[in-house]
Design a protein. Sequence first.
Lengths: 168, 455
Amino acid sequence: MERLLTQLERVNLFIGRSVAWLTLLMVLVTFAIVVLRRLDLGWIWLQESVTFMHAAVFMLGAAYTLAKEEHVRVDVFYRGASLRRRALIDAMGALLFILPVTTFLCWQSLDYVSAAWEIREGSRDAGGLAYPAVPLVKSLIPLTAVLLGIQGIVMFLRNVMLLMRTRS
Amino acid sequence: MMALVMFLAVIAIMLAGFPVAFTLAGTALLFALGGTAAGVFDPAFLGTMPNRLFGIMGNETLVAVPLFVFMGITLERARIAEDLLDTLSLLFGKQRGGLAIAVTLVGMLLAASTGIVGATVVTMGLLSLPTMLKRGYDPAVATGIISASGTLGQIIPPSIILVLLGDVLGSAYQQAQLGQGIFNPKTVSVGDLFIGALIPGLLLVALYIGWLLILAWLRPASMPPGRLEDSPPADLGSRVLRALLPPLLLIVAVLGSIITGFATPTEAAAVGAAGALTLAAIRGQLNRSRLTEIVRGTTRISSMVFLILIGASLFSLVFRGYGGDDVVRDLLTGLPGGVIGAVLVVMLVMFLLGFVLDFIEITFVVVPIVGPVLLAMGLDPVWLGIMIAINLQTSFLTPPFGFALFYLRGVAPPEVSTLAMYRGVIPFVIIQLLTLLLLAVWPAMVTWLPGVVYG
């Protein structure tokens, strides 16, 4: 069981660590945009690509950040709580919050995303990124929900196993 | 009514300690589903969520956040802060209180970059507390100035807090004007907020240093000068130039390009990040593994910030679905004392919320709810933003619940008593309150500079 959970988590770690390099690309492209403007050159699609890279980073990095325990907590009480109590809070939170929210987002966004593919939605701005950029970016919503849901299941099962192990 | 119940419930549940982003979204979703089942909530509200989420993904202003975080992490990993502190304390070390002043200046220059309260206070604490204690500083004085200057970064541009506030206040301002039937609304930008924060931020720094000088004169034993044998090295001048000039230039370049209109905050952030990379490379601090740390750190912090924004967005959607906006408007407009009463109440509530919630949560959850109401009462959005920022900074410093104190406690050695930390920070809390009062009496201290720059 633990091996399976580790495997699932490894998927999210791999995705998060890969999209992380987009942040460097965002810095370089935006810097290039500033320089190019001095030469009176500028393309809307280039700017849009930075925005979309940014979206990909924080969406696809969300499950990775959860695996790395870096989503901020109000830890006034949590910090001092026992290991078991913390495991209980995390198991409950994963079950009651993460799983319903990711299910909801996935289910709600499916129509929204498939509509974007069907009408071959293009950029709002003239000169923006061509089809299929917009539907692709919209597809990040259900994808993120699935990845976060997987990480939520990992979080839930790990903490339940810890609770069962430490029951004395 | 249900909206207020939900608001109190979410705060109570957050205290359990589950990550804030999911607590916000999850509680709101459960309230929405329960309300739908009971027939008191219109589920059509939930249907707009994918589009709202896509709006967050396409928000160009907020692209500045990861870029500023990138710059901050790069500067941190390149050990710029350490160098700055070392050199500045060599420069001022022989004066009484010189080290404390050096800490304030480093806080001003560098705390700006990441904007996460805990991180900056911890960094400043680890960097400077041991040195100050070794020099024989009174622990109260040392911890007081570290907490205060560690939180200063929220006010001094380019802080990511101001980027987030600028974006949220921008849409609140539009909403307020549309509500009044103004269909060609004025806008407020992140740049406005940066420029408006300059004078109040520098005022705070000046008051901190002023207090340190008074203290050095009143109680010289609390801040002993450096020993005589630590005479400055011969190359002090060039060391100061080398340590101080690059980060100073970087910050001037970032702010300068925003103020002169050469670049948007997002572009300035990219220039800053590229500059920080160059700086790190010149100092030989940039290699493959450090770059990996930088991009991964940036990804985690921006994911953390934006997931809270998404959670808060679902929360405010459900809050509105329950008619919460109207409740808050009636509450605030019905207060005695008009605008002044409303501002006082909002500030007090935010101050209290600051004991349990960090800046990001308050910006995303509370400001969208109260912002449009307050702005419709005729307040200046830049002034309101700066007041909120300084108010929350004060909250983070106020014993016994202030965030900054908790974090500093975590890295302070056990011989520094918690009571001493409380004692040390109180003068700074008073300085903060005094600044708030000054800005309330003379709002021009905030609004004058943006007016000059943007005409």
